[in-house]
Design a protein around this ligand. Structure first.
Ligand SMILES: [Zn+2]
Length: 330
């Protein structure tokens, strides 16, 4: 069905961002067929259904480059016992209890609910990082079904961690990566890892090997807290990024989430030369509704909105923080 989203303010974003006043975006049901002045589009597509967007801004859908669907279940949740006083306690008292408790039914619901929120808020593509140690096998298929049902796009992975069992989750990633291949335009796969401090060298090597063989990237939390850096220094004698780089986790297709070294750290020492790292909180790029061009937004403004977060020199910055994720602590 062809639809004219007309009389709006169109922000095309992309390398050559354009702001078009009283403009129309025409969708052929799958792709953007045309963008232009409202009168001209009405003349070219007289039979299209019309949606009046007067007083509204039409812009590409958002891409969330780091999500935990299941985490949305913890909104407003007060875990029993003493409140956590540091990052590791937050993991132990909330997140690792929550993900371990997820039932098969929970996994589907935990994806469906945030997917509805994504639609309502204009996020049309999600890169998710899933964990459900109690119901691990097939969990990515359940999330895939929910995403397809919602009509959105997603890249999925399972969070490999040695915290429960060495290498737990590798098989689920490998299975799903093989199943999805390089994606069908709607669903893609990555190799998921929790964080440096919960994966051994052996686990890292296995994960990187599978990712490289399949040509997919790794999705991992990096230096989310000083505990991650300390663990790497204590066990391996190098900062987190250096360890991961040496293991082959870095690369054009990999996502390093957080990368928040303590202010006392000279970041030039933590970044191996010529490493390509995506420092990712959330990325704004376009996708489905309405589908426009492909932008790569500058992130300087985003970093300004993110006090305390500093860039690793040499890394490629492609993202920013989504407020509704802030405070999840994971
Ligand atoms: Zn996370």
């Amino acid at each position: 069905m062809t639809i004219r989203f007309e009389n709006g303010i169109v922000a095309t974003l992309g390398k050559k961002n354009r702001i078009l006043w009283n403009a129309t975006v025409v969708s052929d049901g799958e792709k953007v067929a045309a963008i232009g002045p409202a009168a001209e589009m009405a003349e070219r597509f007289p039979d299209a259904e019309s949606v009046d967007c007067s007083g509204k801004i039409i812009l590409p859908g958002f891409i969330c480059t780091h999500h935990h669907f299941y985490s949305t279940m913890a909104r407003g949740m007060a875990p029993p016992g003493e409140p956590a006083s540091n990052f590791v306690e937050i993991l132990e008292r909330l997140w690792w209890k929550l993900d371990a408790a997820l039932s098969e039914e929970d996994i589907t619901l935990s994806a469906q609910i945030p997917l509805i929120d994504c639609i309502r808020n204009g996020t049309t593509t999600i890169i998710d990082h899933h964990a459900s140690p109690g119901h691990r096998d097939g969990s990515l298929d359940q999330i895939e079904s929910a995403v397809r049902q919602a009509g959105l796009r997603a890249s999925l992975c399972y969070e490999v961690s040695d915290r429960n069992k060495p290498g737990a989750g590798i098989a689920e990633n490998e299975r799903f990566i093989k199943k999805v291949g390089h994606g069908d335009g709607q669903i893609a796969a990555m190799m998921g890892l929790h964080a440096s401090f919960t994966v051994s060298d052996e686990t890292l090597e296995k994960c990187v090997g599978i990712a490289k063989d399949a040509g997919v990237g790794c999705h991992i939390h990096v230096a989310e807290d000083a505990a991650d850096r300390k663990d790497s220094l204590d066990k391996y004698g190098v900062p987190t990024v250096n360890r991961l780089h040496s293991a082959g986790v870095t690369g054009e297709k990999s996502i390093f989430v957080h990368c928040a070294p303590p202010k006392s750290v000279n970041t030039s020492r933590t970044s191996p030369p010529s490493t390509t790292i995506r420092i990712v909180f959330f990325m704004l790029t376009p996708m489905l509704t309405p589908m426009l061009t492909s932008p790569s937004l500058p992130c300087s403004g985003a970093l300004r909105r993110c006090p305390g977060r500093r860039a690793v020199p040499g890394a490629r910055l492609r993202s920013h923080v989504a407020e509704d994720h802030a405070g999840y602590g994971q």
